[in-house]
Ligand binder design. Sequence first.
Ligand code: NOJ
Length: 550
Amino acid sequence: MNKMQNKNWWDGSVIYQLIPRSFSDGNGDGIGDFKGLTNKISYLKWLGIDIIWLNPIYPSPLTDGGYDITDFKNIHPDLGDLSSFHRFITVAHEHKIKVILDLVINHTSYLHPWFQRARWAPKGSPEREVYVWSDDPNKYKDAPILFKKFESSNWEWDEEAKQYYFHRYLRQQPDLNYENPWVQKQILEVISFWIGKGVDGFRLDAVPFLFEKENSRCEGLPETHGFLKKIRKHIDKEEKNIFLLAEAIQSVKDTRQYIATDELHSAFNFELTAYLFAAIANGKVNNVKNCLNDSQKAISESSWTMPLRNHDELWLGDGNLIPQHVIQTICTGLPQGMGHWLNWGINRRLAPLLNGDARPNKLLHAVLYSLPGIPCIYYGDEIGMGDWVGLRDRDANRTPMAWTPERNGGFSSAPEPLLVLPSITSPGYNYRVINVEVQKTLPGSLLNWHKRMILCRKHLPALSNGDFHLLETNHPSILAFTRSNKTMNILIAANFSRTGTSFYIDLSNWGNIRTREVIWGSEFPHTSKNWFCYLPPYGFNWWLLGEVDK
Ligand code: NOJ
């Protein structure tokens, strides 16, 4: 079906997302920083990941976890400075790991000098027009409110300006006015600045919302695509092979619009994420299959980036991403998510959401490691880290990485009350047990499983660049497909049922050839029209097809 080849450096990569202030503290002040992160690059190399995605690193009052920037061309002092960033990126590159930055282009902090200048500038002046102002708070009333827990309007009255300003997120995050060429120029300059500092790409935050138009949801307008195309042209001019990844929490159909040879290279497939959780919730893969078909039809290359969880709530939307009844399925089928709804989804980390069960956790990751696209792992999920329910906003999912059984999980030598967020001590997830050091020593740990899967994926290039074909089975819980390139054919089957399952896969297209299970090398029966198979609860397997007898 697809003609995939690894033509870009990011094809076939695995992304590791981390929050620098929660990852590793190098100076003992209780807050993660670039010094600490640099010391951990060898761990990330050991794990086998290819790209580090850094959550926002810029100066910010941190009202929204750094997605409220006050200076686009600097480093938050808690994390270090430009020279510690330089040291970090140099070491990452020495380890052949690429670095992409989270860049927030839709809005700034209200404390950004541009906004403070805008409020004081006369109405209609160029300085004022850097943001979106109105005398009427009913303008753009069809634009949904995104942070429903915190805001009841997309407009905020400014006493100084004597006007309302527009903010799709918090009132502390005024939207930039992209109608203004000056704004566009500044953002392009920011991109050049960081390219000059050696970064390999950008995760562009909230891309759908750059422009506004009356009688629309103000999402993905043609003008927005126009500016994203300008960004692409701008980076192509620099000839540095920069990777552009879109964050657009929309359906495959809408998100697909951002990926183009003259726009962005990749986008998160949040629809697939939601359907994967639905499949765990009710043991049925039909929606996953349809979504995979749609995703492949939409882009016949391995361009989707595939997360399970990230630093936000597990976004399920208001019916615009997946239908309401599927949202219901997820909410009732994953009881650990109940009572944790925030804004548009479930505010829990992966392991606790799955009730600490490593089997569905591995299954979901295994599916990501097998699909065309770029798997995206959220820091801590590789060890099944827990969350701290009850912390403010989405902080429950952003607590310090657990490195060792020592104090503060080895994250920091600071006294505990100084930590950026508390280390996880909840039953079953206590850092004394769930941490990198302990799991490294246990051959059967989740961490060692990830390492082995990432390694196998590298040794089986068809998993990153092979064509993708869904297969028919006789069981609603089984997802089966093949990945094939010129040198190998891999059969993948995943059981989303909580019970062991026997089933048949239609392998009639393959005739009668040899099958060999990848991880242990066990021989299975030759392929046939109804190929019989058994998988344990949430079981999963890779087989090589059609190997020549040695
Ligand atoms: C999406 C980010 O993932 C989220 O954390 C942030 O709050 C919003 N964009 C606003 O920047």
